[in-house]
Design a protein around this ligand. Structure first.
Ligand code: C2E
Ligand code: MG
Ligand code: MG
Length: 442
């Protein structure tokens, strides 16, 4: 077999392979997007999102063991399969030293892969309990395994990209070229998506737990992919950050969210605040604060009804810059929230060093509360401490009436989650506001 021509199409949500399946093919993505995930005790753990030019499923055909992850198309996707026979033949034809190194590298790669899975499991257990030090040490271990894993991936990539054999179709030999192309293509794709206005803002209601009334909404971006599928921000925000597009995208998001707040307040006469997520890359833009102030004014938004959400990682990446920017942002009259509290280092020192108005407790705590007494204690203390420091508290990811009740009992004040409402369009959000109380989903 000297050439690879046949392409295969997969519909949205169709599996290309599942964890445990025997490996008979690797695949090159010709178009679309594929999500790679592990299954940890029934929990799906997404480890990568691959797009045009990426290769997947190569491990199982190099060492002929079962698949260690699942691959699913998240938009309609076309792939070119690279069959096992084809690769085996190429490997057999290669230099014995290359074969030996490849075998060795694969054994270590599998071992690291297994350890990565274990650390993720450890992390989820630690998130249930969360004494600070257990959490920090698990995070450090995770970082170290991830960096070893990445290093190993690089070595395998460079081993297999060497076109040391054959003059036929050099599938692997194309990978480095493809890699650079992918980055450029993805960047182009995202830029053109912004130009073509393919991004949409959804709003998830934030509820006052004592009255079940909507008091605010979090703006959450989605990519309305030309295939018709709404792509989640977890699939493109990181890429938008790494290619710098997040700055322009961030301004588009701020403009859209502030315009919506302006309409709520001026046209509908509703006192509803809107929160906007900021990423650390946006903080590197020295015009960020004056530009946001300008956007708030131009759009007719009430500055005190706009709240910017910032994660702990942003504070840790560059604490000096963060301190300076957050104080400037606060001076505009807008509000500040610390997002996903409990997923990073959860250092309490942040809480009085930075001028936050709101603390958002991450959903890992909320879901752990029904299982772990310690999580209950942590949440209670966190809520008390936040109130003592003058902050209000939002519990994220409330999925059941029981969780809502517990959060209300612990005086969390505000909640957000699928139990109340998923993120919805502007029109749907306004419709929800017309009701005296939010109708509960569960
Ligand atoms: P986040 O800021 O913590 O947003 C909350 C996420 O939790 C949203 O996911 C929301 O849909 C999800 N969520 C809410 N309630 C529940 C629940 O009850 N159960 C579960 N399982 N999930 C719930 P989404 O929209 O996929 O956003 C993911 C993350 O992407 C956000 O986390 C935020 O970090 C980032 N992101 C979203 N929109 C933007 C944006 O406009 N700008 C920036 N820089 N980042 C954004
Ligand atoms: Mg947020
Ligand atoms: Mg959050």
């Amino acid at each position: 077999m000297d050439s690879i021509e046949l392409q295969t199409s997969f519909d949205t949500d169709e599996y290309i392979f599942r964890e445990g399946d025997p490996g008979d093919c690797a695949y090159i993505i010709e178009s679309g997007m594929v999500e790679i995930s592990l299954n940890k005790e029934g929990r799906k753990l997404v480890v990568a999102t691959l797009t045009k030019g990426d290769i997947l499923g190569e491990m199982a055909i190099i060492d002929r063991l079962a698949r260690t992850a699942s691959a699913v198309a998240i938009v309609p996707t076309v792939v070119t399969p690279i069959p096992l026979d084809y690769v085996s033949q190429k490997i057999e034809q290669s230099d014995p030293t290359v074969r030996m190194f490849l075998r060795l590298a694969m054994a270590r790669y599998r071992d690291l892969n297994a350890r990565l899975g274990q650390v993720f499991e450890g992390l989820s257990v630690a998130q249930d309990m969360t004494p600070d030090d257990t959490y920090a040490s698990t995070t450090m271990e995770l970082k170290s395994v991830v960096s070893q894993f990445t290093e190993m991936q690089k070595r395998i990539d460079s081993a297999v990209t060497k076109p040391s054999y054959d003059s036929g179709v050099s599938v692997f030999g194309e990978k480095t070229l493809r890699d650079t192309k992918i980055l450029v293509t993805e960047e182009k794709l995202l830029k053109s998506a912004l130009k073509k206005m393919e991004f949409r803002l959804y709003y998830q209601p934030i509820i006052e737990l004592s009255s079940n009334r909507i008091v605010g909404g979090e703006a959450l971006v989605r990519w309305n992919h030309p295939s018709g599928k709404l792509v989640s921000p977890s699939h493109f925000i990181a890429r938008a950050e790494s290619c710098g597009l997040i700055v322009d995208l961030g301004y588009w998001i701020a403009e859209a969210a502030c315009s919506f707040q302006g309409r709520l307040c001026n046209d509908l006469q509703r006192d509803i605040f809107i929160t906007i997520n900021l990423s650390s890359k946006q903080f590197e833009d020295k015009f960020l604060v004056p530009s946001l102030a300008d956007i708030m004014d131009r759009t007719g938004a009430r500055r005190e009804q706009i709240k910017f959400e910032i994660t702990e990682s942003l504070l840790m990446d560059n604490p000096e810059l963060a301190t300076q920017m957050l104080h400037q942002l606060k001076e505009t009259g807008a509000k500040l929230a610390i997002d996903d509290f409990g997923t990073g280092y959860s250092s309490f020192s942040y809480l009085h060093r930075f001028p936050f108005d709101t603390l958002k407790i991450d959903r890992v705590f909320v879901s752990a509360m029904s299982r772990s007494e310690k999580s209950n204690q942590i949440v209670k203390s966190l809520v008390n401490l936040s109130h003592d420091l003058g902050m209000d508290v939002v519990a994220e990811g409330i999925e059941s009436g029981k969780e809502a009740e517990l959060m209300h009992k612990y005086k969390t004040g505000f909640g957000q989650g699928f139990y109340f409402s998923k993120p919805v369009t502007e029109t749907e959000f306004v419709r929800l506001l017309q009701r005296p109380k939010i109708e509960l989903a569960g």
